[in-house]
Ligand binder design. Sequence first.
Ligand SMILES: Nc1ncnc2c1ncn2[C@@H]1O[C@H](COP(=O)(O)OP(=O)(O)OP(=O)(O)O)[C@@H](O)[C@H]1O
Ligand SMILES: [Mg+2]
Length: 282
Amino acid sequence: MAEATEPLLSLRGLTRRFGGLTAVDNIDLDLAKGGLVSIIGPNGAGKTTLFNLVTGLDRPDAGTVNFEGQDITGLSPERLAARGIARTFQLGRVFGNLSVMDNVLIGAHTRLRAVKPAVPVIGPLLELGLALLRPASVKAEEERLREEVEAILARFGERLLPRIDQPAYSLSYANRRRVEIARALALKPRLLLLDEPTAGMNPSETAEMQALVAELKAGGLTILLIEHKLEMVMRLSDRVIVMDEGQKIAEGPGEEVRGDPKVIEAYLGHGLPGGAEQESAA
Ligand SMILES: Nc1ncnc2c1ncn2[C@@H]1O[C@H](COP(=O)(O)OP(=O)(O)OP(=O)(O)O)[C@@H](O)[C@H]1O
Ligand SMILES: [Mg+2]
């Protein structure tokens, strides 16, 4: 399938070294608007590091990141969030002492801060004043945001809405991961990066997450997905990129890369999860 339009996200020669280790080695990647590309590969392949380079948490030693036709290489996470790039983290990051509502509101506030005109000195003071006085316009705005958050939480069925005022620490692991995705959605992203969204989830939770990602994709969201669960990768992806030791070793439709001898070898070389141990000469 030809991707005729200019890609939404485009990486060229992206490289990140840590001392003698090249964690991300000369990676090219194109992601069309509305597309879903998965990145798979054994532990330590460089998948999360690649996400960090795209989302501004880390800077590349070489190469470029292009988004919506603009060079965004090395911009801060805040600037990138303002441009519509949202992500979730492999180990999950929610604020335990904040409620579900407040965790998700953070995403909405990040978006609003980004669009507010910059009034350097008076800005924060004015904002504080408004917060203290709470005139009608501020209350209306708060109410609108709360409704927005409720609509996002409703996407997770009965998982989060009934717990909207509970602190995140009181939630199950799977629900905390859902909250993180809800927060990313509150940013109204144009590109969403999900780093192992089903890690630690049981099969039914995984199926639910897969359905949600499919729904987001059907709604037109462009998604970059890191995922170890291959069934989910096969179902959702337009294209799969396989990384090993920093390099892209295969790319194509899921079924094609799955049978690629290089890919099988990469997984075997690092040990398949739960698979047979390789013979050792010890
Ligand atoms: N900040 C860092 N400093 C030094 N080495 C790092 C750093 N971040 C990652 N690495 C190394 O870079 C390599 C790639 O790590 P990365 O976390 O990107 O892999 P991954 O593909 O996401 O693996 P996993 O599937 O286990 O999450 C690993 O060898 C890792 O130890
Ligand atoms: Mg990782």
